[in-house]
Design a protein around this ligand. Structure first.
Ligand code: OSB
Ligand code: MG
Length: 375
């Protein structure tokens, strides 16, 4: 496949309500969309980097910079997603920027050949069960209201964001209000240290599915030490950026569950490789989220339909975060989202809405013929 050029489009998506984690508060989603243009059609990739480098070292402006300065110019003449992955490998880090570019090329390639993301990745289900991530709140009554609404909407699993000072009490309150049947897990986003092991062990009383990323991103050895002191399974998010990381974490005993976010690991090819490593080791995986629009969500839902994704993901409906999505909204039915079946992502951005929320557009021509104009 030849690429004519690449468009970097920034959009500003207001969130229905601020989303608070141990690393910060998000009130609007500043999204970088990558559109690959070829003579046979186009493809979309959503970059999941956030506006500030607080979840990880990447941030939207930095992702746009590395794309225009290094990644896009490194693309070979004829590409498919595998060739993109190879061409970008010499550049260290910047997984979210790489993932967006690889995904856009994969989407263009699959749309051209008529295959869906799910079909390409090896999805074995046509719908996936959905969980929801619930931010840190100002009070427990507010949290119980919020969880109650999500339960009423049909979400099959609740994840509570925790941090020091917002851990045992909110978890106890949710467990008491909603009962032992509720699938419940927590996510600390690296907010604790091994010195907190005794405190974290008190969460064992609440029968959580897992505790996600309790310690720092680069603390694999300490996660292994913590895991030996908890009955609650330890799941890693931030620590896992590749299949090699996943293998190391499993071998060390640092994780008995892995959260796979395609953006964090450099794309859907690497995400599938991590899935395969985990399946080979009998380690369950689930699909994480980064407050994606419908474009990113479509691909995540396809990934979550692979056989090793045995736990519900953070693949919530469009309405969890956005009053209006850039695609037709993903809507929950009986706690599930349908896996798109059409070619590529199987969803289209609404051009009018996209223009309304666009804050900047940049065209990067690739072939000499593309320099003449913007298709
Ligand atoms: O740690 O999983 C995380 C959102 C932004 C950054 C990191 C995380 C999250 C979430 C929400 O937990 C996931 C979602 O609902 O998309
Ligand atoms: Mg997480």
């Amino acid at each position: 496949m030849k690429i004519t050029g690449i468009e970097l489009r920034r959009i500003a998506m207001p969130l229905k309500a601020p989303f608070r984690t141990s690393f910060g508060v998000e009130s609007a989603r500043d999204v970088l969309l990558v559109r690959v243009v070829t003579p046979d059609g186009e493809g979309w990739g959503e970059c999941v980097a956030m506006s500030e480098p607080r979840y990880c070292s990447e941030y939207v402006e930095g992702a746009a910079d590395v794309l225009r300065r290094f990644l896009v110019p490194a693309l070979p003449d004829a590409v498919d997603a595998h060739a993109v992955k190879r061409a970008l490998k010499p550049f260290k880090g910047h997984k979210m920027a790489k993932a967006a570019l690889e995904t856009a090329v994969l989407d263009a390639q699959l749309r051209a050949s008529g295959q869906s993301f799910g079909g390409f990745l090896g999805a074995e289900r046509d719908r996936v069960p959905c969980g929801v991530s619930v931010g840190i709140m100002d009070s427990i009554p507010e949290l119980l209201d919020s969880v109650g609404q999500f339960v009423d909407e049909g979400y099959v699993r609740i994840k509570l964001k925790i941090e020091p000072g917002w851990d045992l009490a909110p978890v106890r309150a949710v467990r008491e209000r909603f009962g032992d049947e509720l699938l419940l897990q927590v996510d600390a986003n690296a907010a604790y240290t091994l010195a907190d092991a005794r405190l974290l062990a008190k969460l064992d009383a609440f029968d959580l599915l897992l505790i996600e990323q309790p310690l720092a991103d680069d603390d694999l050895v300490q996660h292994a030490a913590l895991a030996r002191r908890l009955r609650t399974p330890v799941c890693l998010d931030e620590s896992i950026e590749s299949a090699e990381d996943a293998a190391a974490a499993i071998t060390l005993g640092a994780a008995s569950v892995i959260n796979i976010k395609p953006g964090r690991v450099g794309g859907y090819l690497e995400a599938r490789a991590i899935h395969d490593v985990c399946v080979a080791h009998g380690v369950p995986v689930w699909c994480g989220g980064m407050l994606e629009t419908g474009l990113g969500r479509a691909a995540n839902v396809a990934l979550a339909a692979l056989p090793g994704f045995t736990l519900p993901g953070d693949t919530s409906a469009s309405g969890r975060y956005f009053a209006t999505d850039v695609t037709a909204p993903f809507e929950l039915a009986d706690g599930h989202l349908d896996v798109p079946a059409g070619p590529g992502l199987g969803v289209e951005p609404d051009p009018g809405f996209l223009d309304e929320v666009t804050t900047s557009v940049e065209w990067l021509p690739l072939q000499p013929s593309g320099a003449a104009g913007r298709p």
